[in-house]
Design a protein around this ligand. Structure first.
Ligand code: SF4
Length: 797
């Protein structure tokens, strides 16, 4: 997983000069790593006895034996926390945060802990299958990997020979640099990159202003935090590391936290103040605050003069239409509150304005992000303690990019999902979904399901996943994927303190059911996998699958992927750091789980300024020529979302949210589902009363693309114009746990699913329209207007 690689964003195919990276010497790497270890451990022994024996030692509750501890990296969300996996014999029994990891500092969330459920799940997909009846009928025949590889390599070779690689569609839900290398070597497959798509509006906004797809917030030193639609206490790209720093700022610096959100999120609930506003109107609130700051002479005029492309008088003109009163009319937030908060933001320094999906997942999301960013520029919150900053040069990113060249320009993320594919005239030969489940997670997913089921539209559908997902149910070929705890990988962790961190993911499970993985006689298991570490059943790492396909297809592909297996690949990535001595470098990572250069200077402005090129790009571009070229407003502006203008009494803007327990890796987790297994529709108590709806009544929720039945939660914690549903529930596949069904298995807990009578919730994607921001291209996930109708016989409890 690349945290913020330019590869991840369609609009950043070109390299940005400020990202140029200083190579570090092998000597420095070794010296610093060893020094760190020497300070924290008494033995470098086996992998299990890692750098910090003292902190990570644990004992089995049942056998009182010492547990083996293996440091690795969590991949249940993009935060990339350092974790320690504990094994009792060969069984994974516990996952805790790595106390030495600089980001999460020993913290871990429920989703990370539930990685155990993912590995030990009795419903995991463990063998390759091919379809044996009509598509979607559920009839399967088990096949060998040899047969699966033959079929796939034959298809790919034909597409290559006939110069129609664009008919190969890749839908990937998780990044893997070896798989990316395989795709790059293929030439021009069409790629749907789900991770990059999630942050498209945010990335386009940041690129248009600072020439980088993201900045980081030095939140631990902030004293005033204005939060527009982010929920760092439950769901955030840097989740645990960021939340810890925000909590520290609150406790140690007395930081004030103010949240604007349509619903009372976990973060809003823990803020000093929560302002519920009409969905998608954050931009005008931010602009009105900016106007107050400028009008009152509180703007950082020095920063504006020297570091931006705009003058104070230009700013005055830009902000003229955005009075606090106009923002009140649009958003519902009182003008007096806007004024007071603006003054506080400009005077109670250091301050920072942060934002999240609550403002970017709209058809005006890119401009919303630009408007909130403008607040930071006006207050001069860049490269100052407690403000926004550019991370230092990323050695880690260099390592990964050296071994994984970016795909040809223009090929990534040009496809926003199946609705986009559907519109093109390019035929599809093979659709390959890796850890992606569009039949469940794409907006208007019922149309997606019809599309994937249509053999004329999608002649050959391949799904590689850990479970039989809704999409796998439609597949012609199903391949069992290993979990993140069973394979190798290197990734950039978000450098929350400014210093790059290289994370290692290594196998922690040496498996029980082992062995007959990869049954092809032509496939040398001994060479491919380290004997003691094999993914469960016949599941395979996507990287190893890529290598085997490359070998079989031959030619350029096999030349471009000259690696024995994923661990060999990781070792070679490390060796590129120094050119030699790879084993020592890798051994340090194996023992610690991550690497960062402890001799790096503390982040300073100079870390950003140290090349001529970076000096040039430091200027913040408030007027964006790239947006102008797209016929969008070059300046931050607010635009009302058309469909939100005239909602009647029975129409609501549907917003969605993610609990930290939800994610593809926890869909079938018994622990996560026991805590969260239903999602009621949030509706304002006052509005519900006007409509004659009571708590727990059943309603039909209808949008332009479909309808669903949901139970109601009446609450004062939501704006009256909105209703809300949690994402991640209402599965019709994946497993019995995900579907809320009790069943017998080798895990006795599965017969104790006490919530089986309650159902398993609803999937909001069934009724969400596929509408996009015309500026950034991101999905307007939180824009669909729905009608609510109380069902007769609706029950109350
Ligand atoms: S925050 Fe993300 S990476 Fe960290 S433990 Fe939780 S799921 Fe894993």
């Amino acid at each position: 997983m690349l945290w913020w690689s330019q590869e991840n964003i369609s609009h950043c195919c070109k390299r940005y000069d400020w990202m140029k990276i200083k190579r570090i010497s092998r000597r420095k790497f070794m010296k610093s790593g060893l020094a760190w270890i020497a300070g924290t451990a008494t033995s470098l022994g086996s992998i299990g006895k890692a750098a910090s024996d003292k902190e990570i030692a644990a004992v089995s509750r049942t056998s009182i034996k010492s547990l083996r501890a293996i440091p690795t990296t969590c991949q249940q969300c993009p935060a990339g926390c350092g974790i320690i996996a504990y094994l009792d014999g060969e069984r994974l029994v516990q996952i805790l945060g790595n106390p030495n990891h600089p980001n999460n500092r020993g913290g871990i969330c429920a989703k990370g802990i539930a990685g155990i459920n993912l590995v030990n799940d009795p419903e995991r997909l463990l063998h390759p299958f091919k379809r044996a009846g009509a598509r979607g009928s559920g009839a399967w025949t088990r096949i060998t990997w040899d047969e699966a590889y033959s079929t796939l390599s034959h298809n790919i070779r034909e597409m290559l020979e006939e110069d129609r690689v664009s008919e190969f569609v890749i839908d990937k839900g998780q990044d893997d640099s070896l798989f990316d290398r395989f795709l790059a070597a293929l030439g021009a497959p069409r790629i749907i990159d789900r991770n990059a798509l999630k942050n498209l509006n945010r990335s386009v906004a940041a690129l248009s202003m600072v020439g980088a797809p993201a900045l980081l917030e030095d939140i631990e030193k902030s004293r005033t935090v204005l939060n527009f639609g982010a929920n760092p206490f439950s769901n955030h790209d840097f989740f645990i590391g960021f939340a810890r720093r925000l909590v520290l700022a609150r406790i140690e610096k007395g930081a004030k936290l103010v949240t604007f959100d349509v619903r009372m999120s976990e973060t809003a609930a823990k803020s000093d103040a929560w302002y519920p506003l009409k969905a998608g109107t954050d931009g005008i609130v931010a602009l009105a605050m900016a106007k107050v700051i400028v009008d009152k002479g509180l703007a950082d005029s020095d920063f504006i003069d020297k570091k931006t492309d705009i003058t104070l008088s230009d700013l005055n003109r830009l902000l003229t239409p955005y009075s606090p009163e106009s923002a009140e009319r649009e958003s519902g937030i009182k003008a007096s509150d806007i004024e007071r908060l603006a003054v506080e933001f400009a005077t109670r320094k250091p301050s920072v304005a942060i934002f999240g999906g609550g403002i970017t997942d709209h058809q005006n999301g890119t401009h919303n992000a630009r408007c909130v960013s403008l607040l930071n520029w006006i207050a001069g919150n860049l490269e100052k303690d407690g403000g926004l900053f550019f991370p230092q040069h990323s050695t880690a990113q260099q390592i990964i990019e050296q071994q994984s060249p970016p795909l040809p320009p223009g090929l990534r993320n040009t496809i926003r999902g199946i609705p986009d594919l559907d519109k093109t005239n390019i035929p599809i030969d093979t659709y390959f979904a890796y850890l992606s489940n569009p039949a469940y997670s794409e907006p208007d997913c019922q149309s997606t399901t019809r599309f994937l089921k249509d053999e004329n539209a999608v002649p050959f559908l391949v799904v590689m996943d850990t479970h039989m997902t809704e999409t796998a149910n439609l597949a012609d070929l199903i391949l069992p994927a290993s979990t993140f705890l069973e394979g190798w990988g290197l990734s950039n962790a978000p450098p929350l303190d400014g210093i790059p961190i290289l994370n290692l993911r290594q196998p922690v499970v040496s498996l029980m059911s082992v062995a007959k993985a990869l049954r092809s006689p032509a496939f040398d298991v001994g060479k491919l996998l380290e004997p003691s570490f094999q993914p469960m059943g016949e599941s395979v790492e996507i990287g190893n699958m890529s290598l085997e396909l490359a070998r079989r297809i031959g030619g350029r592909l096999s030349q471009e992927l000259p690696f024995k297996n994923t661990s060999d690949y990781v070792a070679k990535q490390i060796s590129s750091l120094s050119g030699s001595g790879i084993q020592e470098g890798l051994e340090i990572l194996k023992k610690k789980g991550f690497w960062m250069d402890p001799t790096s200077e503390k982040r300073t402005v100079s870390s950003f300024h140290d090349t001529k090129e970076t000096k040039k790009t430091l200027q913040v571009r408030i007027r964006s020529s790239s947006l102008e070229q797209k016929s969008a407003s070059p300046l931050p502006v607010y635009k009302t979302i058309e469909s939100h203008k005239h909602t009647d009494r029975n129409e609501f803007i549907l917003t969605t949210f993610k609990s930290n327990l939800m994610g593809s890796g926890t869909a079938n987790s018994k622990w996560a589902r026991e805590i969260l297994h239903e999602n009621r529709l949030w509706i304002s108590t006052k509005v519900a009363k006007q409509l004659g709806i009571k708590n727990n009544d059943r309603v039909r929720v209808t949008s332009p693309v479909g309808s669903l039945r949901a139970k109601v939660l009446t609450t004062s914690r939501i704006h009256p114009d909105s209703v809300a549903l949690a994402e991640g529930l209402g599965h019709t596949a994946v497993g019995n746990v995900a579907r809320g069904k009790r069943f017998k298995s080798k895990d006795r807990d599965t017969s104790l699913i006490w919530w089986s009578q309650k159902g398993n919730g609803v999937n909001p994607m069934e009724i969400i329209e596929a509408k996009y921001d015309p500026v950034g291209g991101g999905l307007g996930l939180k824009d669909t207007v729905v009608r609510i109708e109380k069902l007769s016989g609706g029950q109350t409890e």
